[in-house]
Design a protein around this ligand. Sequence first.
Ligand code: ZN
Length: 203
Amino acid sequence: MKIICVGRNYAAHAKELGNDIPDQPVVFMKPKSALLQSHTPFYYPEFTNELHYECELVLRISKNGKYIQERHAANYYNAVSVGIDFTARDLQKELADKGLPWEKAKAFDNSAAVGKFIEIGPGFNKKNINFSLYKNKELVQQGNSSQMIFNFESIISHVSTFFSLNIGDLIFTGTPAGVGELVVGDELEGFIDSEMLLKMEVK
Ligand code: ZN
């Protein structure tokens, strides 16, 4: 399986990091070794002094495909959860300033935390998914799928032009505003509506 991530998919977040609003999805990947399940501790990596959380909606791909048209894209995923795109922000800036790829800052071991998935049934409104992240019981990020610059279907169509999608692949769909720093001992809880799907501690 692979993990595909979209960057700068919420206008307010693009702005808070000083980036322009993209006219195409900003796409990067994380390897399978980046995957971290909920209720597993996250160990603060030694190569950063500025670890950030980015809470995101995560889609689970349920059908293999390539060159998927937007109008068919809804058939290619069947579940959603919240995840955390752990980011070594200091390293990311350093790499970006040099025009280098940012994998070391974004795709390291355990950098893609995912919560429990919710199946997307017929009555599920994908255009209005509320999600949130609490740090030490305090609300730090809140988003809604309606605020995405590129919606689920448009992301799937775009990325499948470049990468075949396979059953079990995950897509991190971007973070809303409010990203911030983590220290050892922080406790994170991710929600869709009032359901807690992800919980972990930084060790
Ligand atoms: Zn992200």
